[in-house]
Design a protein. Structure first.
Length: 318
């Protein structure tokens, strides 16, 4: 039995990148599409569903005035001391609490780190990596990438990678732009600097490849609807509402995972998901997911590396 995704690949709906991957058996069909062996596994170890958790390290990098927070806005000419304290919770309480929970549940995550936050809290950034989590680029400062010139954008990504590598000992190969909004130059710049994947795309429930200057570049999709900052701070979800959404999302993707590659993305910000009740919602969800056979939690770098070498991975032209 062939599922809809396999049918679309065979029918030519997805275009293979100009440089074919030859790590696993695959046949090139007319029109440059890929036919794969249905015996190929979807995920390492034959997992049925992969869950990818993002843990943002941002606190301390926000501007002194005008940074988003649950507090009423004040005139930008005044320093927002109360909002600053709200952000400080992220590195004082939130990240340490999340790290302990992930250790309890034996889950490794990807931490998108703003370079300025890493510089202010180097011991915490280093601890994240020492515990086995992946450091990922999130810009050097709290500056929207879409507002940058190509030169500024390149410098931000290079500085971010250098900062993270100097502090943690690991050079990031993944990237997350400010609110997912990069520029037309983002992918070529990232490719030049040695990045191999980015997450600023919410168009699929599985990783895929895009063709950047005739080379495959991995996309490990992010999430807005399973995102703590959106649901708690923008939609004012209760912990019960968010818990119910996480479970329902999992249930559907787990069902679909029986016959196609599925990935669930969950986002956790230092100052938001690190609150006690919200941390427990995330922990309870992890326990629920782990009670099902064939569920694997993977860092985004591992997902990207697998996607690049798998003939089942969807290829898109951009």
């Amino acid at each position: 039995m062939i599922d809809r995704r396999e049918f679309l690949i065979t029918a030519g709906a997805f275009t293979l990148a100009a440089t074919p991957l030859t790590h696993s058996p695959a046949q090139t069909a007319p029109g440059g599409t890929t036919q794969t062996n249905n015996a190929d596994v979807f995920w390492p170890g034959g997992a049925r569903l992969v869950i990818s958790i993002s843990m943002q390290m941002e606190a301390g990098a926000q501007p002194e005035s005008g940074a988003d927070s649950p507090l009423p806005k004040i005139d930008l000419k005044y320093p927002d001391i109360a909002a600053t304290k709200w952000y400080e919770y992220g590195f004082k309480e939130g990240l340490p609490r999340l790290l302990e929970m992930f250790d309890r549940r034996n889950v490794k995550v990807t931490s998108h780190m703003v370079g300025a936050a890493v510089e202010k809290h180097p011991a915490l950034a280093k601890e994240i990596v020492q515990r086995g989590h992946e450091p990922s680029g999130h810009g050097q400062t709290w500056t929207p990438q879409y507002s940058m010139t190509p030169e500024q954008e390149r410098k931000s990504y290079a500085d971010s990678a250098a900062t993270i590598e100097r502090v943690t000992g690991v050079r990031p190969v993944g990237f997350n732009a400010f609110w997912l909004r990069g520029t037309p130059q983002t992918l070529p710049i990232l490719q030049d600097l040695g990045y191999t994947y980015y997450i600023d795309d919410v168009s699929r429930d599985e990783p895929f490849l895009v063709n950047v200057r005739n080379k495959p570049f991995a996309v490990v999709p992010y999430t807005l609807h399973m995102n703590d900052i959106v649901n708690y701070e923008s939609r004012n979800f209760s912990t019960e509402s968010y818990a119910a959404d996480l479970k329902r999302e999992f249930d559907v993707l787990y069902e679909e995972g029986a016959h196609r590659r599925r990935m669930m993305s969950v986002s956790a910000h230092d100052r938001i998901a690190g609150r006690p009740a919200r941390m427990r919602v995330l922990e309870d969800f992890i326990l629920y997911a782990q009670s099902h056979q064939g569920v694997s939690f993977m860092r985004k770098v591992d997902i990207a590396n697998y996607a690049i070498t798998s003939p089942r991975t969807v290829r898109e032209e951009i």
